[in-house]
Ligand binder design. Structure first.
Ligand SMILES: [Zn+2]
Length: 202
C-alpha cells in the first residue's frame, strides 16, 4: 500500500493506493492531480473519504464525484456540514461551497472496506460535532483532531475542547508506533504525541 500526501493550501489531501483500491482522503480543493489519481485507478475499487465537514477538507469532493462517479463517505454527524456554509466554516473565510450530499455516512466502530483495504471508523468529536478518524493496522488518518505536537481548534461552531481531549485520548490507546496522518502539517506517531503533545498529555 502506498500513501501520498498532497499539501494543498496548507491542508493535507491523502492518496491511498493498493493493488485493488484507490482512496482520496480530504479533497479540500479542486485539483487535477487528485482527479487524475482517481482516473488512473479506474479499474480498482475507489472511494472519497472525508474526516470532517470543514470547507478545506470537503471543497473538492463534489467535483471529483461529478467527474468520476466515485462515491463520498463522511461521519454521520458531520454530513449536514456539506450543505451548510456556517457549519463547514466557509463563511469564516469568506467562501461559499455548493451544497452536496454524501453517499455513505459512518458511525463509531463502522468498518469501511475498499477493495483490499479495511479502515475502521473512530468517532472523534471536539474539532467538529462529528469528525472521524480512519484507522488501519499501523496508521490512522486523524483529520484535525490530532496534529504533530498540536490539536485542532475548538473555537469553531460545534467545537469543544473537553470532547477533543476525550477523542485524542481514544487515539492514544492505539499502539505507540501507529503513524498519524494529520489534516495539517507533518505526520507523527501516537507514541511521539503521548510524550510531546503539549495540549493533551498521554
Ligand atoms: Zn477542520
Amino acid at each position: 500500500m502506498e500513501i501520498k500526501c498532497l499539501n494543498i493550501w496548507m491542508t493535507n489531501c491523502y492518496l491511498v493506493e493498493s493493488e485493488k483500491a484507490a482512496i482520496v482522503i480530504d479533497p479540500g480543493f479542486k485539483r487535477e492531480k487528485v482527479l487524475n489519481f482517481l482516473k488512473e485507478n479506474e479499474g480498482k475499487e475507489r472511494l472519497i473519504l472525508i474526516t470532517h465537514g470543514h470547507f478545506d477538507h470537503i471543497g473538492g469532493a463534489e467535483y471529483l464525484r461529478n467527474e468520476t462517479g466515485v462515491k463520498i463517505g463522511i461521519g454521520a454527524l458531520d454530513e449536514p456540514a456539506l450543505r451548510d456554509n456556517d457549519l463547514n466554516c466557509a463563511v469564516n473565510f469568506k467562501r461559499a461551497l455548493n451544497p452536496f450530499k454524501a453517499d455513505f455516512v459512518y458511525n463509531d466502530g463502522d468498518t469501511v472496506t475498499v477493495g483490499d483495504i479495511e479502515l475502521k471508523v473512530m468517532l472523534c468529536k471536539g474539532h467538529t460535532v462529528g469528525g472521524v478518524s480512519y484507522l488501519s493496522e499501523g496508521f490512522v488518518f486523524t483529520g484535525d483532531t490530532l496534529f504533530k505536537e498540536s490539536v485542532g481548534r475548538t473555537d469553531f461552531k460545534g467545537g469543544s475542547f473537553s470532547e477533543l481531549e476525550t477523542s485524542v485520548k481514544k487515539l492514544y490507546t492505539l499502539p505507540d508506533e501507529t503513524v498519524v496522518y494529520a489534516g495539517h502539517g507533518e505526520s507523527t506517531t501516537i507514541g511521539h504525541e503521548k510524550q510531546y503533545n503539549p495540549f493533551v498529555k498521554g
